[in-house]
Design a protein around this ligand. Structure first.
Ligand code: PLP
Length: 406
């Protein structure tokens, strides 16, 4: 299998940093003890877990005892929602957004089935730039609202929501606040010591150069909490199951690295992202940026190329070893534009041709230049073959939107 790739799909997953892998390896071989064991062989592992908890807490301005290890971001999200619903069983309303990751969206949409109780879920709309209306948010909160769950940063567009402000509003109404911060952690500075109204906060290791299969749920001290996975006394009885020791050690190291690389992420990586984005928008006609221009993660750009299919673009990029992702999902044979782009009101012809590039500190400017060289002719060729492009379709003039009902 080829490892010679230009990897710009870091919002999907990241490479495990070499330093992280090195830190993990002894815990597969020499130090394989169970941290809960009474003997010192296992006990020494418990001590290293403490260090990892501190490294993770440091990155987000939390206390180590507010960190609960889980198996992934999805588990952290589910734990937060179920915990709030069980802590306040008389409340049956959840407020969230239309652009959440499926880890929250699908959960909220199926919550009645999962709990056996009727719930009302408000999914707040976003505007054309992917932003929320705070007044509308405030008006959506009721005495029946158990929890608000709003992502910190969107995985497709990188758009950042004002979660600290939204959490304050919820707190003033006595409502718990969860944020899925899976895409934000390690990319932008976060300090939960400042953002004191956030009760729950989800992290996923594989989005910040740790391994897959490790997540964290931050639970603020004194926030009512009901465990999701019951079992042993691990995590002080807050999450049963023997700890994924090597991955926890790796996540601790990844958080330390992310703290040290935060400036690089927000300067060099952002500069490369901007060069790529501007270059594509300038070189390729009928292209547009999806999402707010500035309220955005430094590594993410989602660009739509009208009248072409995102999947076709990805296949052509793949021939050059370029990895990106598209805003469409092939569901049951039909290509549906992503729920995020639909919620933003991105026109159908553009939503279908969207491509997300998500960079990391491992990318280089040469890679950006290569994409700027390869992608414009790919789009041009695909458009020449498209029945919807320019004179290729009777209902269209000069690349305009089709006027017929095809
Ligand atoms: N939330 C967001 C915003 C994500 O981007 C993802 C993964 O893509 C998840 C949650 C799920 O994380 P995990 O893959 O660790 O379950």
């Amino acid at each position: 299998m080829s490892t010679n790739v230009i990897y710009m799909d870091n919002n999907a997953t990241t490479r495990v940093a070499p330093e992280v892998l090195e830190a993990m390896l002894p815990f597969f071989s020499d130090l394989y003890g169970n941290p809960s064991s009474m003997h010192s062989f296992g006990g020494q592992v418990g001590n290293v877990l403490k260090e990892s908890r501190e490294q993770i807490a440091n990155l987000i301005g939390a206390s180590p005892d507010e960190i609960i290890f889980t198996s992934c971001g999805t588990e952290s999200d589910s734990t937060a929602i179920f915990s709030a619903l069980q802590a306040f069983p008389e409340k049956r309303h959840i407020v969230t957004t239309r652009v959440e990751h499926p880890a929250i969206k699908n959960l909220c949409e199926n919550i009645d089935k999962l709990t056996g109780h009727k719930h009302k879920v408000t999914q707040l709309p976003v505007d054309r730039e992917g932003m929320l209306d705070l007044q509308r948010y405030e008006e959506s909160l009721t005495d029946d609202t158990a929890i608000v769950s709003v992502m910190w940063a969107n995985n497709e567009t990188g758009v950042i929501f004002p979660v600290a402000q939204m959490a304050e509003i919820a707190k003033n109404r006595g409502i718990l606040f969860h944020t899925d911060a899976v895409q934000a952690v390690g990319k932008i500075p976060i300090d939960l010591n400042d953002d004191t109204a956030i009760d729950f906060f989800s992290i996923s290791g594989h989005k910040l150069h740790a391994s897959k299969g490790i997540g964290v749920l931050y639970v603020r001290r004194a926030t009512p909490f009901v465990p999701f996975l019951m079992g042993g006394h691990q995590e002080h009885g807050r999450r049963g199951g023997t700890e994924n020791v090597a991955s926890i050690i790796g996540l601790g190291k990844a958080c330390e690295l992310a703290g040290n690389r935060m400036e690089d992420e927000n300067t060099r990586v952002k500069t490369m992202r901007d060069k790529l984005e501007q270059g594509l928008l300038e070189k390729i006609p009928h292209s547009m940026l999806n999402g707010h221009k500035t309220e955005r993660l430094p590594n993410t750009t989602s660009v739509s190329f009208e009248f072409v299919e995102g999947e076709a673009i990805l296949l052509h990029l793949d021939r050059f070893g370029i990895c990106a992702s598209s805003g469409s999902a092939c569901t049951s044979g039909s290509l549906e534009p992503s729920h995020v782009l639909r919620a933003m009101g991105v026109p159908f012809t553009a939503a279908h041709g969207s491509v997300r590039f998500s960079l990391s500190v491992y990318n280089t400017e040469d890679e950006v230049d290569l994409i700027l060289e390869k992608l414009p002719p790919i789009i041009e060729n695909l458009r020449e073959m498209s029945p919807f492009w320019k004179g290729n379709h009777p209902g269209m003039v000069g690349g305009s939107q089709c006027k017929c009902s095809c």
